[in-house]
Write a protein that binds this ligand. Structure first.
Ligand code: C2E
Ligand code: CA
Ligand code: CA
Length: 322
């Protein structure tokens, strides 16, 4: 069997159905039969599991089954099943990564969640945030982390903490009400809580995200565009969006082939942000060289391994809040 033939067939079929009202997306999962005695229904299940890996992508339509997909799916199911207990037993904890001046003075921190699992050890967000977003659990986790952050800010007017808001949060709860209720409960100054949201989340948003961000700013929160430059809408979105801070990830540059061009773009973004009255923070800063370069370009706030990894709250307090 040739993939090309399959692709052609998919293309022909979807073309024959597509019109201005409907679009047909066809996804194919392939399971190669190695054991003829295996139950046919299990073979089909495996092909279906492969299809699930195509979730939310439009550029690929064929996926092949392998055992690691199966194990991942199994692990995902377990993590979802353990969510309630984990939340109730406070297994999720907040780590803080400092945000610094070029001289190394701490200005604030980003709250990043970790799962201290009783059997599996420390699990990083890369292994569960996506899963919880897909299964509609993320809003409960985010609400929990926000409360930890607001609690930490209570009584401290100098420190600020940035928290992450998932695009999916807007579907499942009134994000504005949830956050303002927390702020009132703990009596913190709204300015000390920064709200990070990705540009993709804002632009694909159908739940009135742009208006909600505006409401947040009116209340006194600082709104930050996370992972700026990683999506497709970047420049155009800036004219429609109301936000205070652009957060650029060095990682996007590291991946690029053309370093000089990347640096020119970075410098222009920093200048552009200044021009439209936004602050800039660069994350993923790992070396002194990067720090110096970015400082020269006009960025004055940094987050990255060069200064510190995300650390448990107690360690953060010992190091930075003396
Ligand atoms: P993010 O919001 O872009 O957070 C930055 C990520 O970059 C963190 O990964 C951080 O540990 C990592 N990082 C920091 N400095 C450096 C560096 O110098 N070099 C490199 N290579 N990486 C660096 P982490 O903690 O694993 O979190 C991954 C993602 O998970 C976050 O990306 C965020 O999108 C999501 N996330 C984390 N905590 C939460 C949460 O409480 N709620 C939601 N909705 N998402 C969260
Ligand atoms: Ca973030
Ligand atoms: Ca980021």
């Amino acid at each position: 069997f040739k993939e090309e033939d399959l692709l052609n067939a998919i293309h022909t079929l979807s073309k024959s159905f597509n019109n201005t009202l409907y679009h047909l997306h066809i996804y194919v999962g392939v399971y190669e039969i190695t054991d003829c005695n295996e139950d046919v229904s299990i073979m089909c299940d495996k092909a279906n599991i492969a299809i699930k890996t195509l979730h939310e992508t439009y550029d690929k339509c064929i996926a092949y089954y392998n055992d690691s997909i199966f194990n991942d799916t199994l692990l995902e199911k377990r993590l979802v099943g353990e969510f309630d207990t984990a939340l109730a037993e406070k297994q999720f904890c907040m780590y803080l990564q400092p945000q610094m001046t070029p001289e190394g003075r701490m200005l604030g921190a980003e709250a990043l969640v970790r799962w201290q699992h009783p059997n599996r050890g420390l699990i990083f967000p890369g292994d569960f945030i996506n899963v919880f977003e897909r299964t509609g659990l993320i809003y409960r986790l985010d609400k929990y982390v926000w409360e930890l952050a607001v609690q930490k800010l209570s009584g401290k007017n100098e420190l600020y903490i940035s928290v992450n808001i998932s695009a999916k949060d807007f579907y499942y709860m009134d994000v504005y009400k949830t956050i303002t209720t927390l702020v009132e409960k703990y009596g913190i100054i709204p300015k000390t809580l920064k709200l990070e949201i990705t540009e993709t989340a804002i632009m694909t948003g159908i739940s009135g995200e742009l208006e909600i961000l505006e409401q947040f700013r009116n209340y006194g929160f600082q709104v930050e565009i996370d992972d700026f430059g990683s999506g497709y809408s970047s420049l155009n979105m800036l004219k429609d969006i109301s936000a205070d801070v652009l957060k650029i990830d060095m990682g996007f540059l590291r991946k690029s082939e053309n370093e000089v061009k990347g640096q020119d773009i970075l410098e222009s973004i920093i200048a552009l942000a200044g021009k439209i009255g936004m602050d800039v923070i660069t994350e993923g800063v790992e070396t002194k060289k990067q720090l110096d370069m970015l400082t020269m370009m006009g960025c004055h706030e940094f987050q990255g391994y060069y200064f510190s990894k995300p650390v448990p709250v107690s360690e953060f307090e010992e190091k930075y809040l003396v």
